[in-house]
Design a protein around this ligand. Sequence first.
Ligand code: GLN
Length: 285
Amino acid sequence: MVSRRELFEKCRELIAQRDAETADFDTNCIFQDLLGEKNPMFAPKLPVPDDKAQEILSLAQRRSEGYPLQYLLGQWEFWGCNFKIGEGVLIPRPDTETLVEQVLDICRREKMTTPKIADLCSGSGCIAAALKKELPRADVYAVELSDKALPYLRQNMELNGCDVHIIKGDVLECSTADKLTELDILVSNPPYLTARDMTELQTEVRHEPESALFGGEDGLDFYRAMTSLWKSSIKTGGFIAYEFGMGQHDDVKAILEENGFTDVELRRDGGGIIRTAAAVKAVSR
Ligand code: GLN
């Protein structure tokens, strides 16, 4: 039997062939997951049973081939909560916490304690769950179309104890928008990668669902269609909040303004990239 230390080194070296910077972190995550311990390397001399060592090595091997760590682990943290994930659902990213923060700031500022919120293209449900956690009296709806994503969405709401209404539907169809009215806040992290982005994806991202990534030729299809289709589902004085990709802020702002939204507030993510926009639905003239 190999010791934890020996196995750790072997895995680290394997993963480092792909990404030296994350090799330590990734190996530690794999060890934590498969050994079921928070700090597995506190006991480096402990032997690892052969079958366990094989399992660990095969995960390290897949990771070294560019398979996402998050899918290997089958879960990932967002907003301090755990979300089950796997192929078929977008991996929650820290950038998206900026969107959650922006919505929460709006609720605080506007003194909304029981807002009606819809999260469109909900995927794993990380945005909807984080909002429900922070605003327990909010009425939160999560809209998702993908049959592959929906089981994760349901499971994640249950695991996190979030009483969120799940709606299966295409956010680009009137019949879906008609199901929700008088929203205080519409929030979404829709697919926003451009046709060009799709040809330059990192190996890891290629494993994620195209339907959660590709936003049409210029990446803006969903912003154009959703804003125009859903604006009548939002209350006058209600808000819309979007995440988007690097460099898309001017276009998203223009789309919001063309649809009668005002006071567009842009926000930067932790990496300094302008990542989100929120705007208010003005009184129609
Ligand atoms: N943030 C993802 C990426 O950079 C894209 C997700 C999305 O299109 N909403 O790959």
